[in-house]
Design a protein around this ligand. Structure first.
Ligand code: GRF
Length: 202
């Protein structure tokens, strides 16, 4: 399964996915990093891991559709079959969503549908939830709103700060994302309407 990861920031999930695929014999390859921030740390991680990167500056394009069309062209060239959004901080339009619906997933640091959007960990702490968590879902046209594939809860401690909770959230993400990609790569994930089912492994 050929994968493109879209990321804008640190890229710890990008790295965890590339390493898990290599170490755990997941039948997949990350063939491309797509990044809208050429100075982001994820770009250095891609270099260190030997993953080619498509970097672009959104301001150099007339519209979101214009750079998305270029991205789609590049994805076709590479034969990308699955898009993984891992900290990609841009809204995406039908230009990307339509051709990849059911083949594009996102990782979000909250138990959706609670706390969509930015700063989800802080939102959850401020709300006072006792269970935080991580969600991996298919991407539809909305904000963090697509069909859910996998979730994992994390207990919030009384003395948690955004930093301490974020650390445990990231640790969970680095396991849950590769696991979900494995299920998809093994052809075990089915999307029917909004419902996702996962066939047990052998
Ligand atoms: C993660 O928390 C992910 O859930 C969210 O953005 C963050 C990216 O972190 N969508 P990193 O860049 O992978 O370290």
């Amino acid at each position: 399964l050929k994968i493109a990861v879209f990321a804008s920031g640190s890229g710890s999930n990008f790295q965890a996915l590339v390493e898990a695929i290599r170490e755990q014999a997941i039948p997949a390859t990350v063939s491309l990093l797509v990044c809208d921030k050429p100075a982001a740390r994820v770009v250095q991680r891609a270099e260190a891991l030997g993953v080619p990167a498509f970097l672009f500056d959104p301001k150099a394009y007339a519209s979101r559709e214009a750079y998305e069309e270029e991205i789609v062209g590049r994805l076709h060239e590479e034969g990308v079959e699955l898009i993984v959004l891992a900290g990609y901080m841009r809204l995406i339009t039908a230009t990307l969503v339509e051709p990849y619906y059911g083949r594009m997933i996102n990782i979000h640091p909250a138990l959706l549908p609670a706390f969509p959007g930015v700063r989800a960990i802080r939102q959850a702490l401020e709300y006072g939830v006792k269970l935080a968590g991580v969600t991996v879902h298919f991407v539809d046209g909305g904000m963090d709103s697509g069909p859910i594939i996998a979730q994992q809860a994390i207990e919030v401690r009384d003395d948690d700060t955004e930093d301490t909770l974020a650390e445990r959230v990231h640790a969970v993400e680095h396991e849950l994302l590769p696991r979900t990609v494995r299920w998809i790569a093994e052809g075990r994930v089915t999307l029917n309407d909004r419902k996702v089912t996962i066939r047990p492994g052998d």
